[in-house]
Design a protein around this ligand. Sequence first.
Ligand SMILES: *Cc1c(COP(=O)(O)O)cnc(C)c1O
Length: 356
Amino acid sequence: MQINVTKTTNPKAKPADESKLGFGKIFTDHMFIMNYDEGQGWHDARIVPYAPFELDPSAMVLHYGQADFEGMKAYRTEKGDIQLFRPYENAKRINLSNDRLCIPHIDENDFVEAVKALVKVDEEWVPHNYGTSLYIRPFVFAVDPMLGVHPAKHLIFAIICSPVGAYYAAGLAPVKIYVEQKYVRAVTGGTGFTKAAANYAISLKAQEVAAEQGYEQVLWLDGVHRKYIEEVGAMNVMFVVDGEVITPSLDRMSILGGITRKSCIEILRHHGYKVTERNIEIDELVKAYDEGKFEEAFGTGTAAVISPIGELKYGDKVMTLTGGKIGPISQWLYDTLTGIQWGKTEDPLGWIEKVN
Ligand SMILES: *Cc1c(COP(=O)(O)O)cnc(C)c1O
């Protein structure tokens, strides 16, 4: 793929204090764009100064939400290498989302090449402190200027980057989670297994209600039976019950197949842990809790890596886990994955892709 690069003549000041970066608030100097037009395919791959898009008010994405995205990171090692974590998995997944949303496929090698090229151009924006990273947001949206409902013939694929702070500034803090019984995130046959933009719009209400009650996130149950566990917020979820790691299987196609989830399963098995992917009923966790066998719960995702759950509320039942501290398997997974990502430990399963 030929990528034309136009560098900014007016670079922004880089953030002076990496401890104040937060998440997704500031953006680098450049962005990647390519266009799709029916008959031409994807064309005009380019890196240009970061700037607003000009969109027709009738652009399809604004009305019918034909859009999806990815989320990944570039990490700076102590030696100064810049590296990605399993970027071909993101490339595969954006096409899984694209398929479901009638968005044309993006060549997976081109996807990774575009990410690498942009990170290289904005290399100085990758922060230095351990735990900080450059968050990378590839996204696709439909721009046909017309109101008829149909699969778009004109789209934009873009990538923007944002330096982000360490998710846990003061050690891994367990979160309080509320089991959502009114709203659902996804149903079999819908878009729950994709990173469709619309999935996030429909999740906001439950999040708002949970926050009003003092909970940080919701645990989603399946949309049909309202009993099988699906995800926690926008993370996958895992439990340790009686020494075994269990996590909802992806079979119902209503759960997003996280790359962190997949990596946790693979690295746990690589180290001899027993991990089972299957349907998990919420009542099963309540029973395990009452029997003293519910040992740990945690969310998994690119942003936080591992998010330990300290409290789970289901109706009137409040389950408190690991005494407000992080459980041993959660901590091991966090240390192992972040060790690989920031290049502090070896990479036994070949997950790292160098950029520079
Ligand atoms: C992105 C996402 C995840 C986590 O996926 P990772 O590849 O691990 O970052 C989990 N659930 C939902 C709904 C997501 O959007």
